[in-house]
Design a protein around this ligand. Structure first.
Ligand SMILES: C[S@@+](CC[C@H](N)C(=O)[O-])C[C@H]1O[C@@H](n2cnc3c(N)ncnc32)[C@H](O)[C@@H]1O
Length: 201
């Protein structure tokens, strides 16, 4: 695999996922290649419906999207690719986990910056920090990160409790560079779907 939509389509095929949500759609490069029954796209910037065939578009901030969402609404697959600050990605992950159907997945883009420059907010940003913080604070999640297309962290809720402890100051490039394997639970894409199937309920 080389691209995010290959992973997302692989997940939807293997786990029979039908309702997709993408936070941050920009030009539609990803969402327009997703093969599921129902697609929702959220973006703060206004988009033209004709550029997003078959997509239900929501023009608003992701925080407001979740606030205003019908209490019954659930998604099988949520792709987070909006603002890349740790605070926003953490909120998007938390809100997404709260709206996930049983057996669903949240996938976060840009989680494995390979150089210090890539940690700029307009590039990969702080997505990796949101993933590490999630693993520290939420023991009932399982995270696997595929090492292509800037790093794709697949997150699901799990019955098994997993402690992930970090004692030192970790929000910096040197720490990530030394600990990226265990911090992100990096796996090669040849492990798909075994790496995900292994322990999911
Ligand atoms: C990196 S681009 C998305 C790329 C797209 N997912 C793809 O794979 O081709 C980020 C997009 O997120 C939107 N965005 C940024 N912050 C957002 C937020 N808090 N809520 C909704 N959209 C946001 C921007 O307008 C931009 O279109």
């Amino acid at each position: 695999m080389r691209y995010r939509w290959e992973l997302l389509n692989g997940l939807s095929r293997v786990f029979s996922l039908g309702v997709y949500l993408e936070i941050g759609v920009r030009s539609g490069l990803c969402i327009n290649q997703i093969e599921v029954n129902v697609k929702h796209g959220v973006d703060i910037a206004r988009k033209r419906q004709e550029d997003f065939p078959g997509v239900i578009l929501h023009h608003l901030h992701s925080d407001r999207f979740f606030e205003e969402l019908d209490s019954e609404a659930r998604f099988d697959l949520i792709f987070i690719d909006g603002c890349h600050s740790e605070g926003q990605v953490s909120r998007d992950i938390s809100n997404s986990l709260g709206r996930l159907s049983n057996g669903g997945f949240v996938v976060c883009h840009d989680c494995n910056p390979k150089t210090q420059d890539m940690m700029a907010l307009n590039r990969n940003g702080e997505c990796w920090q949101a993933v590490v913080q999630l693993r520290i604070s939420e023991p009932n999640v399982r995270v696997v990160t595929f090492d292509f297309d800037h790093g794709l962290s697949v997150i699901c809720l799990d019955q098994v409790r997993r402690a992930f402890n970090v004692s030192e100051d970790w929000r910096n490039w040197n720490w990530l560079n030394q600990h990226r394997q265990e911090a992100l639970n990096l796996v090669p894409d040849s492990f798909f779907p075994a790496a995900i199937k292994a322990e999911t309920p």
